[in-house]
Write a protein of this length. Structure first.
Length: 167
């Protein structure tokens, strides 16, 4: 679906930590970060992820010290979905309630960007607010209610990649 040379898929997710990242309660999560980030980087369709100059993906805290922000770009929806739901990433997702509090609003948003564009955290947070305010649409959507890239034939129609999350 779509041409990754024209559009790529951006994703932002936020997570409210139950304890500081350097605490014993978060040790298993923190200990898995490098492995899971490497898995993403080695996955088909991976394009880019936000990290500091030192390679720290957890350095950005625009929503407060207890909220982690993850931002990445993928070639297409299927590649990101395979990484999230069909790789070792699922092992970490299954344990997320040990480390993160449930959020009352959406914590994940997907949207299409022109190929080569690297979204900012602010851009991602704006998309997340759009999703929270008006629900899924072409500008901000979820895996369950996904939209094709702007040049897709069925641009107005959403589709889902399945209802069940393995985590």
């Amino acid at each position: 679906m779509g041409d990754p040379d024209v559009y790529q898929l951006a994703q932002l997710n936020v997570a409210l930590m139950k304890a500081p990242l350097d605490s014993p309660a978060m040790a298993d999560f923190a200990g898995n970060l490098a492995r899971i980030n490497r898995l993403a980087e080695e996955s088909p369709g991976y394009v880019w992820r936000l990290e500091s100059d030192e390679g720290d993906a957890t350095a950005f805290r625009p929503l407060g010290q207890h909220v982690l922000v993850n931002l990445s770009v993928w070639g297409d929806l299927e590649s990101l979905s395979r990484y999230v739901y069909q790789s070792s990433h699922v092992e970490v997702m299954r344990r997320r309630r040990e480390w993160f509090d449930r959020m009352s609003d959406s914590s994940l948003v997907l949207w299409w960007v022109p190929a080569g564009h690297r979204p900012t955290v602010e851009e991602g947070l704006e998309r997340l607010e759009t999703l929270r305010a008006i629900g899924p649409g072409p500008a901000a959507f979820t895996f369950r209610h996904a939209y094709g890239p702007p040049d897709a034939a069925a641009d107005d129609d959403s589709f889902g990649l399945g209802e069940a999350c393995p985590a």
